[in-house]
Design a protein around this ligand. Structure first.
Ligand code: GLN
Length: 533
């Protein structure tokens, strides 16, 4: 028998930022809870080949998959809600699509023909949607079309969806359209007209949605559901309320109360089990009701933009919920630490320095890493955070006053952080860092080893620079010891201070693997130390 292959498309209308990524992730969570083999796919209709070259001011954090793709932060939501590792097959951009089509044209695969958006680009898009199912062995893929209907960039994707609706049996394709029902501040009324207009736009592309998900700030009254149903030509039961909620993790539970999962499964003619969301419920309860409290400073360059550190925030929340504490994040701009020193970090129980690039704010981060060492405040350095901890240690403990990373001072006398010879040769910026999951061996007797309880781990990376082994002996002698190495022993993957309550710095990004129901061991260990300090 041919395996099932069903497609759910999620489009968005009216405005961006309605939570299409969280809606898609929630559908994944709900279908999985009913025993459906489901995967998720994000389409980013921009020309960048991946998200790696886009700065966080544009789209927030760059998320990294196990197989080393730099993606939009929605893939992070997907992994967390679905509890599944995703990869290349789950993320596509217009850059990738055109890249393949143009390469094929150069090879001569279309010889004699004019290469066009329809059918060549749309065929490539459809092939990539099928690949998401094949690569993950799933029977359903929920595909999120980034952007808003009506965007020029989105047109080829809408056309591909239109074609699939024609080509496949009716029960194999469903379209979910997320729109906004705003409240008019002058009269306090909810307005459905923007939703109606966005559905009109979708219809102009030849697509009639099956479900309208109405994002609204307050409960959606029955008469408005009926109005949306009538004007948008969907059954009233297919108008789903998506109310503003205090936490994104409540969205699947809210949608389940709306019966969305069952309605969608019925529309897809799929058999299913009873839903098992007990563990998720339990997690949400702990997230909201935990009584403990801990305040953590996150010292970074883009702190005014919290999405730039989204996975770190989520990892802290997951671990906090598991330990019964609310994690309050104090966002501290690294440049403020440069000016104010101690004052910028007053009253925190832990300091976390996340990943980053470029020189701005570096001295503030180095200062924070050194302050945490001196004051015995729990410290967690991640990627760039490990590099600044190494710089601080070299300067202030080893007395190498000018120690630096060659990323910030190409001619430093003490390059404690440097490029490997193979990285020095690389000229192009896109996709050339050390990316994706790599194994590491843990040093017995270290905190890191105790936290994982494993001899060997795999964690995701996204960096060019590495700890310089020439300095390792000096570091070890002075008490900053390697807690993890690459299996070939060439790369130091984690360092920790011997004489300190909790001072751990890792070259990888543990936050990418934290899941609501499987909090990351290092985040758990860090928060435990913070709450007892
Ligand atoms: N800029 C540093 C490097 O390239 C750190 C990168 C990061 O923190 N993700 O090595």
């Amino acid at each position: 028998m041919k395996p099932l292959a069903k497609y759910v498309f999620v489009t968005g209308g009216v405005v961006s930022g309605l939570g299409k990524g969280v809606l898609t992730a929630s559908l994944g969570c709900l279908l999985r809870a009913r025993g459906v083999a489901v995967t998720l796919q994000k389409i980013d209709p921009y020309l960048n080949v991946d998200a790696g070259t886009i700065n966080p001011y544009e789209h927030g954090e760059v998320f990294v998959t196990n197989d080393g793709l730099e993606t939009d932060l929605d893939i992070g939501h997907y992994e967390r809600f679905l509890d599944q590792d995703l990869g290349h097959a789950n993320y596509l951009t217009t850059g990738q699509v055109y890249w393949s089509v143009i390469q094929r044209e150069r090879r001569g695969d279309y010889l004699g023909r004019t290469v066009q958006v329809i059918p060549h680009v749309t065929e490539e898009i459809k092939a990539r949607m099928r690949r998401a199912l094949e690569a993950t062995g799933s029977e359903v893929v929920v595909v999120e079309v980034g952007g808003t209907v009506g965007d020029i960039e989105g047109l080829p994707y809408l056309e591909a969806i239109r074609q699939m609706r024609d080509e496949l049996p009716r029960e194999d394709v469903a379209v979910v359209h997320l729109a906004y029902v705003p409240i008019l501040s002058t009269t306090g009324e909810l307005k459905t007209k923007p939703t109606q207009h966005s559905v009109k736009e979708l219809r102009a592309a030849g697509i009639q949605p099956d479900f309208i998900v109405a994002r609204c700030p307050v409960p959606l009254p029955e008469n408005l559901r009926r109005k949306i149903a009538l004007f948008c030509d969907v059954p009233v039961e297919h108008v789903i309320e998506d109310r503003d909620l205090p936490s994104i993790y409540e969205v699947p539970l809210f949608l389940a109360d709306e019966g969305f999962d069952l309605k969608l499964l019925r529309r897809l003619d799929l058999s299913h089990k009873d839903s098992d969301l007990r563990a998720w419920h339990d997690f949400v309860r702990r997230l909201k009701n935990s009584e403990g409290h801990v305040r953590i400073a996150v010292v970074g360059k883009y702190v005014e933009l919290h999405d730039a550190y989204l996975s770190i925030v989520e990892a802290l929340r997951h671990a906090g919920a598991a330990l019964g504490m609310q994690v309050e994040i104090q966002w501290v701009p690294a440049e403020r630490v440069e000016k104010e020193g101690e004052k910028a970090l007053a009253g925190v129980q832990g300091i976390l320095v996340p990943g980053g690039f470029g020189e701005r704010g570096i001295e503030g981060k180095v200062w924070a890493a050194d302050y945490a060492r001196r004051q015995k405040i729990p410290f967690f350095g991640i990627c760039l955070g490990m590099q600044v901890a190494a710089i601080a240690f070299a300067r202030h403990v080893l007395g190498r006053k000018n120690a630096n990373s060659t990323e910030f001072d190409a001619h430093t006398r003490d390059p404690v952080i440097d490029l490997l010879p193979e990285q020095k040769k690389i000229q192009e910026k896109g996709g050339t860092m050390r990316l994706g999951a790599y194994p590491a061996e843990l040093t017995p007797g270290t905190r890191v080893h105790a936290a994982y309880g494993l001899p060997r781990i795999a964690e995701r990376h996204r960096h060019r620079y590495e700890f310089n082994l020439d300095y390792l002996e000096d570091f070890v002698r002075a008490g900053f010891i390697p807690a993890a190495f690459s299996p070939d022993g060439r790369l130091v993957e984690a360092l920790e201070l011997r004489e300190h309550p909790w001072y751990v710095a890792v070259q990888f990004h543990p936050e990418f693997q934290s899941r609501p129901l499987r909090p990351h061991p290092l985040f758990l260990s860090f928060l435990r130390a913070c709450s007892s300090s």
